[in-house]
Design a protein around this ligand. Structure first.
Ligand code: AMP
Length: 423
């Protein structure tokens, strides 16, 4: 299928062509017709699937079709809410790119920076507003944002909004939206709380489910290193001292951990910057820009800060700490192998993280290939669990994972040669 088969107007098709998009991704193929027909949409999909264009294209098309060129006054006709500042900026950039040959204007507002510039752009008039919830409410309460003309509303990354405690802010925003509107709701996962929230926003939605969990796990080459917590930094430096890893996001569980990793990498003369919620917005943006343009080779990130980061050429994702939520592993490894490219994910697993590993392998339904031949192997046995309900199940699974710790020289060599070819 081609974009023109989806009845997309010429100015948008031209912009997509310039981006090198020759065909729609599955979520675009399924969602664009529903949205162009004016229906509400419940999309179960995460970043990396092309979901931004899936909603941005129809919104731009609707707005462009009904734009009155003779009316100099613009009002916010489309509102997109997303949890993080990085995502908000990326979404606004996408609207700008896809809409560059239309007469539709957007702007983006987010917290952590002074509001004057944002207010100035709002006062100049925009058709599309991309916002994080806190700053949006703040500017609404100060009278700088009116939602009375909103016709197209997008709630993006709803599960993340909930995790970050934005639910009350979201409800306050929804209460101020016009009843007559088209609503789009996207979430990577659909737990009960999200389904309930979606019901309060959507009319009678069409559903689109893209299962990137499986797709991502299949697309990305994954390897595991058993290594003690104390040796992780040495292993990381050892891996980064080869030139196989051209650019990598290293995931740390905590902000403090991220800072510590960066310090030690810099001591080893490896260029690295941290990106996490304690950094100011300009510092985060700068770190991201430096990483995108190759000035910094390694970005050390926490999950929240990295959510949705869209960098095309990440050769490796490194899980310095394994996440305790298995879906997070899939989100993380989705930072490499974007837009149909393949990538490599390396995970470090200390003895206390083995239960997390079991949950991850269960979710992705595959064993991650173990690299046992490395300078800091960890043969610690997991402490026996006290006998309790379900303990048999965990013990037998833990044996399974120990059994999979096989000697693996040849697979490592294969990996290295494959990586070399890729790089
Ligand atoms: P998203 O899921 O919106 O974060 O998009 C993930 C990546 O896919 C971004 O880098 C987009 O630029 C890219 N992308 C979106 N749609 C297409 C397409 N139809 N063809 C190729 N790349 C695309």
């Amino acid at each position: 299928m081609k974009f023109r088969d989806l009845q997309i107007i010429e100015p948008i098709q031209k912009a997509l062509k310039e981006q090198g998009y020759d065909k729609p991704t599955p979520i675009q193929e399924q969602s664009i017709p529903i949205l162009l027909a004016g229906k509400d949409l419940l999309g179960c999909a995460q970043t990396g699937t092309g979901k931004t264009a899936a909603f941005a294209i129809p919104i731009l098309q609707h707005l462009s079709d009904s734009h009155e060129p003779d009316n100099p006054r613009r009002s916010i006709r489309s509102l997109v809410i997303t949890p993080t500042r990085e995502l908000a900026i990326q979404i606004a950039d996408s609207f700008t790119t896809y809409g560059q040959y239309t007469d539709i204007k957007n702007t983006v507002i987010y917290g952590g920076v002074k509001q004057q510039k944002q207010v100035k752009r709002l006062k100049a008039g925009v058709d599309i507003l991309v916002a994080t919830p806190g700053r949006l409410l703040d500017l609404m309460n100060q009278g700088f944002v009116s939602l009375k003309d909103v016709e197209y509303f997008v709630l993006d990354e709803a599960d993340q909004m909930l995790d970050m405690g934005f639910i009350h802010d979201i409800k306050k925003v929804i209460a101020r939206l016009p009843k007559k509107r088209q609503s789009l709701f996207f979430s990577a996962t659909m737990p009960a709380a999200i389904v309930n929230l979606s019901k309060s926003i959507l009319g009678n939605p069409e559903r689109v489910t893209i299962t990137p969990e499986k797709a991502t796990a299949e697309k990305v080459e994954q390897h595991l290193f058993y290594v003690s917590n104390g040796n992780k930094i040495k292993l990381l430096i050892n891996l980064l001292q080869t030139d196989l890893i051209t650019s990598s996001i290293v995931f740390s569980r905590t902000k403090h951990g991220a800072n510590k990793i960066v310090k030690q990498l810099l001591n080893a003369e490896i260029s690295a910057e941290a990106i996490h919620g304690n950094k100011s917005q300009p510092a985060r943006q700068r770190a991201l820009e430096n990483f995108k343009d190759g000035t910094t080779r390694i970005l050390v990130a926490t999950d929240i800060a990295a959510r949705g980061i869209d960098v095309d050429d990440v050769s490796h994702v490194i899980n310095y700490h394994l996440p305790n939520i298995p879906e997070t592993y899939v989100h993380r490894i989705g930072r490499t192998g974007r837009a149909n490219a393949s990538g490599i994910a390396l995970s470090f697993c200390a003895v206390d993280e083995r239960p997390f590993l079991r949950d991850i392998e269960k979710l992705i339904n595959q064993k991650i290939e173990v690299i046992s031949e490395h300078p800091y192997p960890d043969d610690s046995e997991e402490p026996a669990k006290p006998a309790s309900k379900g303990s048999n199940r965990s013990r037998s699974k833990s044996n399974g994972s120990r059994n999979s710790r096989r000697k693996n020289t040849s697979s490592r060599n294969n990996r290295n040669s494959r990586s070399r070819n890729r790089n």
